[in-house]
Design a protein around this ligand. Structure first.
Ligand SMILES: Nc1ncnc2c1ncn2[C@@H]1O[C@H](COP(=O)(O)OP(=O)(O)OP(=O)(O)O)[C@@H](O)[C@H]1O
Ligand SMILES: [Mg+2]
Length: 260
């Protein structure tokens, strides 16, 4: 069964794009075919992969028009011979583009149904916050992952989850996407305050029945891997936190966790 994983967060700069790319590569290593759809307009994926900006007409923006006829622009990533591809974003893609659609939060799901992408996993990389493009992600998703940069804001992650859950409820999806969990990012090793934040977060998320993954460290290799345009599992295959990306992918494909 195809999975659609939306990566969303209240805040920007929490590592969504870094996580999307690394999850895609780990899934590929596990034999899955993957397409990343760039729904952000900051073109970080282009920077982190060395892919040139495409014209508006060849970007995701075209998919959000009535003129789209299934001609997905798929760009190969990681020399994976079409097993990992990108639907590129556009710096002109924003919620205004879809404001004329009657059911504007359903556009992506509708296009994916009409013009299926034959990949095991679709990863939706979003901008931070909440808007009608992110609603499109939620509607299309089978699963949602919520990265959180460890810091003062992590303490309010329960509130964010409540907001996301309320948004899902409002969209009246049947079935609703499964919230996989919260993935903390940029943990500083040896910082007591980070340990305390994680402990508190674990407690509050447990009360909500939400999984908290182990934290990805703040790590120069991860930053470098983006600069070098190579996923961490290819650049530094021995790094222990690669297990965390593997665990997320296992959870995505674990049918026992899928809600009926
Ligand atoms: N664990 C990490 N260790 C070190 N640097 C990291 C880590 N995770 C992300 N970064 C760096 O932090 C910055 C923000 O990451 P990224 O662009 O992935 O976040 P984002 O949530 O996608 O941001 P945006 O909301 O702008 O799209 C990037 O420069 C990235 O290289
Ligand atoms: Mg991003």
């Amino acid at each position: 069964m195809q999975k659609v994983l939306a990566i969303i967060s209240d805040a920007g700069g929490v590592g969504k794009t870094t996580i999307a790319l690394n999850l895609a590569y780990v899934a590929y290593q596990k034999g899955k075919s993957v397409v990343i759809i760039d729904l952000d307009n900051n073109l970080s994926i282009n920077v982190f992969t060395g892919i040139e900006q495409v014209p508006y007409e060849k970007s995701i923006a075209k998919v959000f028009t009535e003129e789209f006829t299934g001609n997905w622009n798929l760009i190969n990533l990681f020399e994976s011979e079409e097993k990992v591809v990108l639907v590129p974003g556009s710096n002109r893609f924003n919620p205004d583009v879809i404001s004329n659609f009657k059911r504007r939060e359903n556009v992506l799901k509708r296009q994916l149904k009409k013009y299926p992408l034959p990949y095991d996993l679709i990863i939706l990389d979003n901008r931070g916050g909440s808007d009608s493009i992110i609603d499109n992600s939620i509607v299309a998703a089978t699963d949602i992952l919520i990265p959180s940069r460890i810091g003062a804001k992590t303490a309010t992650i329960s509130q964010s989850i409540k907001k996301i859950a309320a948004n899902i409820a409002e969209l009246e999806l049947d079935p609703p996407p499964n919230i996989l969990g919260v993935l903390p990012n940029e943990k500083e090793s040896g910082w007591k305050v980070h340990e305390q934040i994680i402990k508190g977060t674990r407690k509050s998320l447990a009360a909500q029945g939400i999984k908290l993954y182990s934290a990805i460290p703040h790590n120069g290799w991860i930053c470098n891997s983006n600069s070098w345009q190579i996923p961490i599992a290819a650049y530094r295959p021995g790094e222990s936190y690669i297990n965390i990306f593997e665990e997320v992918i296992e959870d995505v494909f674990d049918e026992t966790k899928t809600k009926c």
